[in-house]
Design a protein around this ligand. Structure first.
Ligand code: SIN
Ligand code: FE2
Length: 224
């Protein structure tokens, strides 16, 4: 299918449409658009307290994506490995709180995808510039894998890679646009996923960047 080859598996302009990616994984088109002004305000507030920083993989390779976090746990990577930490290693302060509008959006999207009662304690904020990518990986540093991952796309469009349970499984290409939300959990919680190198197509309001918010429950099951 030609549309699949250029990464546009589902097409544009379908806000409100839900596409299944698996038995418990969904692309929810445009779910973040109605609350975008508040989501953008939340981003400004988080970045004022915890700016984006460059990180390295445990093997010392620079990551092309810049990161920060909010919530009671934030994600960190260095030569000691990938892990969640309670304080921002850059400022030595607790991570900023998850903005209320972000929490409401994450809960709404999780519920729409069949995960009522989602209580995220961590939100990773990724910033992609043209050419930045994220190789296929599983989100498995979280203590609580019974909770889904909720992933919100802002700014430039990207091609999301949606793989299987083995790294070598063929990955589908899914175009993600400003305001789209992907939710995966349950039997699909450990699916490999990634992002192709970001094409250089500036976004009308966010410019030459793509911001991705991923909400998880990273701490012990039941704890917030
Ligand atoms: C991630 O897997 O952590 C990020 C996914 C994305 O940027 O869409
Ligand atoms: Fe991930």
């Amino acid at each position: 299918m030609a549309a699949m080859l250029d990464g546009d598996l589902f097409g544009d302009n379908d806000a409100g449409v839900r596409h299944p990616l698996g038995a418990q994984a969904w692309v929810l088109r445009g779910v973040a658009l109605p609350c975008m002004a508040q989501v953008r305000q939340g981003l400004d507030a988080v970045l004022a307290q915890a700016p984006f920083r460059a990180m390295h993989t445990p093997s010392g390779l620079p990551m092309s994506v810049a990161l920060t976090s909010c919530g009671s746990l934030g994600w960190h990577s260095d030569e000691r490995g990938y892990r969640y930490v309670h304080r921002d290693p850059v400022t030595d302060l607790p991570w900023p709180a998850i903005p209320p509008a972000w929490l409401a959006l994450a809960l709404q999207a999780a519920e729409e995808a069949g995960f009522a009662g989602f209580a995220p304690d961590a939100c990773l904020v990724n910033r992609y510039v043209p050419g930045a990518r994220m190789s296929l990986h599983q989100d498995k540093n979280e203590a609580d894998l019974s909770a889904p991952v909720v992933s919100v796309s802002l700014g430039m469009s990207a091609v999301f890679l949606w793989g299987g349970h083995a790294r070598s499984d063929q990955a589908a290409r899914v175009a993600l646009h400003h305001g789209d939300v992907v939710v995966w959990g349950g039997v699909d919680r450990l699916r490999f996923h990634g992002v192709m190198p970001l094409p250089d197509a500036p976004h009308p309001s966010l410019g030459r960047q793509r911001i991705n918010l991923t909400f998880r429950h990273a701490g012990r099951p039941g704890a917030i």
